[in-house]
Design a protein around this ligand. Sequence first.
Ligand code: UT7
Length: 342
Amino acid sequence: MGFKEKQMTMYNSKIIGLGHYVPEQIVTNEDLSKIMDTNDAWIQERTGIKERHWIAEGSEDTSAVMGAKAARIAIERAGLTTKDIDFIVFATLSPDYFFPGCGVQIQDMLDMKTVGAIDIRNQCSGFVYAISTADQFIKTGMYKNVLVIGAEFHSNGLDKTTRGRGVSVIFGDGAGAAVLTREEDTTKGILSTHLHSEGAYADKLIVESPSIRNWVPELMANPDDISYFPYMDGQFVFKNAVVRFSEVIIEGLAKNNLSKEDIDMLIPHQANLRISQFIQRKFGLSDNQVFNNIQKYGNTTAASIPIALTEAWEQGKVKDGDTVVLAAFGSGFTWGSVIIKW
Ligand code: UT7
């Protein structure tokens, strides 16, 4: 191969291993109604959620620990060992530490070589951004096997009183992981990824503190300051989500000369069952073409797509040759899609 040809060689990446982990403790809507003024009917009707997993007090689980557990499964299913992984991409909005990120903890927890590790801070779109990042490293030939993790430990940071019910009933803890590897056939694997952001709406879904702007002493000085709890303008986020989900799926399909009829499986970020159902109707997809598991896990943010993708794959709903679409929208605002030929 001549120098010029070598320069132009581009690979695709493909997912060869998937795994997920959720903490043992299940918290039902009924359980929540005992600690705040809420009820099963409201939560199910507005969100589709029946229960979620929250890390129990005293558990060793954290975002990094759960991520490592999911990653071990994904690596084993890929037929690889931790020594084969060339790079780690970790998506979370709930890292164990302000710094360093969870990616480096994975390098240590899985006893890996001193490979590079980065954290992606793109909330509900975190996994889509992480997959896209991994894909670029594989496409250029820089790395062969990249471990991608999405993990969230929400429950310790939620306002579990009636004051916080509009947000706290939605979120769950958990982790999912995928191993991506080089695919020489560029008609297979990840065909394209599409990323967007609109920072004008950063304050519509945010945890403001503690931050360097509003650090712990300032926070403690003002007992009325509850900016360390997540804030969400739910209806505004909802309205933007349905528009952006649609746009970014259409963008991904068009890029690959595909139409909505070509979608075998859509795995939307699990933000709200009503959002998924809206998208399903808009694209004319059957129940077999959209995978939802928010009923069991709530919104696990960066972990939601890899948990759903793992379950869909385990249930035989994602098969060789399928056109699989991943799509997400969330805080930032950020949104994105991934088009895959499985
Ligand atoms: O993953 C990142 C992206 N996130 C999303 O896409 C989420 C998008 N937004 C949503 O999913 C919805 O807006 C929510 C599920 C968060 C809220 O549903 P909603 O239909 O927009 O309800 P709302 O916030 O307008 O609240 C309606 C009523 C209020 O009472 P009043 O003012 O009408 O008397 C709330 O106080 O429901 C009340 N309410 C609750 N009642 C019982 C809010 N939370 C609860 C609750 N239980 N947990």
